[in-house]
Design a protein around this ligand. Structure first.
Ligand code: SF4
Length: 345
């Protein structure tokens, strides 16, 4: 619930509306799982709330901690579905990678999330729970707070647009987590109508687009979405997004050995995006067993980034985090599904 919805809910049940805001504060700031913990609420109100609005919180089904400080949580929701959240520790703060759907319908060749297809959308509350559990973990590790959010976990956020926009407003609430829109990144596989809708939303979030190839032939082989929204149309929407919002668009480019890592691919990419407000994030892929894809050698990765940089295109190679804990999206959930519930190979 938003603050307004919580106030309305309380009013509708004959309770003082400000108590609704108080309850949300307990959930957002302290991640409480039970009304009993809300010790500035009268005990009879806590008991009543337990009856009229039971707190159905997700449970953490598994935690994986990487040697580099990355932590991956697997949340299990009340219907038994699971979704992954990754906490990444950077010099500049702590970011949380949130899943927007259980599974994914988009079927990208390099991604474990899409292997089993889409199960269902996550609600704003279920996405919030990922951040709340991550924040609890962050506090337990002695870090102050979650500073940024990336919607880059399982799922295509633009296919769950309304829920994602509401989720962002929840984490943005200034009496809760208070995460500024500028510190929230939405990642899309290239749903052009969603990009255009987001540009018109009037919120200054960061857009990240999974491009992964500079031509339709290569991209369509990797990402079926390209048949609906080809490269030129996608990049045009991204250029327009940057013009309308003044925000730099990030292009994600997963480097895959022998598929999209040649100098010819680099030159095509340069021709495609040069001159627009953008940055290229090169990601040597985490191998996906099911798809038989591998990462290029280190010198190939370096040549690719050097070509882009020399042409005046801003580009970096993403620091690898959590490769020892299946941190790439969908990997942990798939391992969970393959084995008996709660047991991992
Ligand atoms: S990369 Fe993203 S859009 Fe593509 S299948 Fe995976 S989760 Fe879905």
């Amino acid at each position: 619930m938003s603050v307004e919805e919580a106030r309305e809910f309380f009013r509708g049940h004959g309770l003082q509306p400000y108590r609704g805001e108080q309850v949300l504060g307990w959930i957002h700031r302290h991640g409480v799982h039970d009304y009993v913990e809300m010790n500035n609420l009268p005990s009879d109100l806590r008991a009543e709330l337990g009856n009229i609005a039971p707190l159905r919180r997700a449970s953490v089904a598994d935690v994986r901690r990487s040697a580099d400080g990355t932590v991956k949580l697997l949340l299990e929701y009340s219907d038994g579905n699971t979704a992954e959240t990754v906490i990444m520790d950077h010099d500049y703060g702590v970011s949380v990678c949130v899943s927007s759907q259980v599974g994914c319908a988009m079927g990208c060749a390099f991604c474990a999330s899409g292997v089993g297809g889409l199960v269902r959308n996550l609600t704003p509350g279920e996405m919030l729970e990922q951040v709340l559990e991550a924040a609890r973990e962050v506090r337990a590790a002695g870090r102050e707070r979650v500073t940024s959010i990336v919607l880059m976990g399982s799922g295509e956020p633009m296919h769950n647009y309304d829920n994602v926009v509401k989720f962002m407003s929840l984490v943005n609430w200034n009496k809760g987590l208070g995460i500024g829109y500028r510190h929230i990144t939405i990642s899309t596989c290239g749903i052009v109508p969603g990009i255009r809708r987001l540009a018109a939303e009037g919120i200054s979030v960061t857009l990240s687009v999974s491009l992964h190839a500079p031509d339709d032939e290569t991209r369509s082989a990797l990402m079926p979405v390209n048949k609906a929204y080809p490269v030129d149309e996608l990049v045009k929407a991204c250029r327009d997004f940057a013009d309308v919002t003044g925000r730099r668009v990030t292009y994600e480019y997963a480097l895959i050995r022998g598929v999209n890592d040649s100098s010819e691919h680099a030159h095509r990419l340069i021709a495609l995006i040069r001159g627009s407000l953008c940055h290229v994030n090169l990601i040597p892929i985490n191998p996906v067993q099911e798809a038989g894809l591998a990462r290029p050698e280190a010198n190939v990765i370096q040549s690719f980034v050097d070509l882009l940089t020399a042409a005046g295109v801003s580009a970096t190679v993403r620091r690898e985090l959590g490769t020892d804990i299946d941190a790439a999206c969908g990997q942990l959930r798939r391992r969970f599904l393959k084995n008996e519930r709660g047991r991992f190979s």
